[in-house]
Design a protein around this ligand. Structure first.
Ligand SMILES: C[S@@+](CC[C@H](N)C(=O)[O-])C[C@H]1O[C@@H](n2cnc3c(N)ncnc32)[C@H](O)[C@@H]1O
Length: 306
């Protein structure tokens, strides 16, 4: 069993070179840390090293004045990162081999102390599953988005993985669904939906550079059920969607226009709309929609057309 958790010191707790040395020795003595299944412990250890020793990339920002200890810490960090990279690479192979990758699912769905079929923690904080998904997807972050967003359009911010898993469970997304993320950013929501469920998924994103990254990722993982379209959500063809997702991508008149297009769709078939963030307040005012639970801007709310 790993002893890492006991050895972890948070920012502010490590004050002297003596403490740093003791902390480092604890990690170095834990021979299990580089085993693939110790991912969570490794991520905690990496956080602890960064918090304790400061920046490893710029030599001046280190908090450790003993260069030998600092060098050992840096070497351990490289070793732990290499173990993570190896695990992520094996998961990428698994995804290419099998379009319902079991290893990734196992890691995402077995979180200690939290059952994602129940209500996830509120808010936009991230946990090890976000680190894991980002390591697996390896989405290329464009240096500069090419479009100046209008004041009603919201800049990119990713949905934490625990909320996506909740969305998947709460809407019971299945093979006959078409999931549409309106304002999909770098695309990790449709990408994860397509890997975890049998549903088709679609990302609509106004920033063409983000769409290019999302498409590259889908192609590198050979994902056939996910598509991305560089488009303003107001112009999107919504006719195939059954479950729509809005993580507060826009507000004001854009949100009003998109909600009225969704309302038109609901006259042809039942749809579900999932929302996160402040846009939930506006969605909750739509009389043609009903939420099963009390709307909450800190978690995903699922609305049903009636
Ligand atoms: C808060 S981010 C959400 C990203 C993604 N849905 C997620 O949950 O991880 C909002 C995204 O909406 C995009 N966006 C803003 N206005 C848009 C519009 N009119 N049409 C399509 N995308 C838009 C932004 O570029 C940004 O990537």
């Amino acid at each position: 069993m790993s002893t890492t958790t006991n050895a972890v010191l948070r920012k502010g707790e490590i004050e002297s070179n003596y403490d740093l040395h003791a902390f480092l020795c604890g990690l170095e003595a834990d021979s299990s840390l580089c085993q693939p299944e110790q991912l969570r412990e490794r991520l905690i250890a990496l956080d602890g090293l960064d918090a304790g020793f400061g920046g490893f990339d710029s030599e001046d920002s280190t908090r450790c004045t003993n260069s030998r200890i600092h060098k050992r810490a840096k070497a351990l960090r490289t070793q732990l990162e290499a173990a993570n990279a190896e695990l992520y690479q094996s998961m990428r192979f698994d995804i290419v081999r099998d379009d319902r990758p079991r290893v990734l699912l196992h890691w995402l769905q077995n979180s200690p102390g939290q059952n994602d079929l129940q209500i996830p923690l509120r808010g936009l904080g991230f946990d090890y599953r976000d680190e894991l998904l980002s390591g697996v997807l390896q989405l290329r972050e464009p240096t500069e988005p090419n479009l100046q967003l209008s004041p009603e359009m919201v800049f990119y911010q990713p949905t934490p993985v625990r909320h996506i898993l909740y969305l998947i469970a709460a809407t019971a997304l299945a093979a006959d669904d078409v999931f549409v993320d309106l304002g999909s950013g770098l695309g990790h929501v449709p990408l994860l939906v397509s890997m975890v469920t049998g549903a088709q998924s679609l990302g609509i994103e106004v920033q063409a550079a983000y769409v290019a990254s999302a498409r590259e990722c889908a192609q590198s993982l050979d994902l056939s059920r996910v598509r991305f379209i560089p488009q303003d959500a107001r112009k999107a063809d919504l006719s195939r969607g059954t479950v729509f997702y809005l993580y507060s991508p826009f507000n004001g008149s854009i949100l009003t226009d998109v909600l009225s297009a969704l309302r038109m769709e609901s006259t042809r078939r039942s749809i579900k709309i999932c929302s996160l963030g402040p846009c939930t307040r506006t969605v909750a005012n739509e009389t043609w929609l009903k939420a099963r639970a009390l709307p909450d801007i800190g978690r995903i709310t699922v609305f049903y057309s009636q």
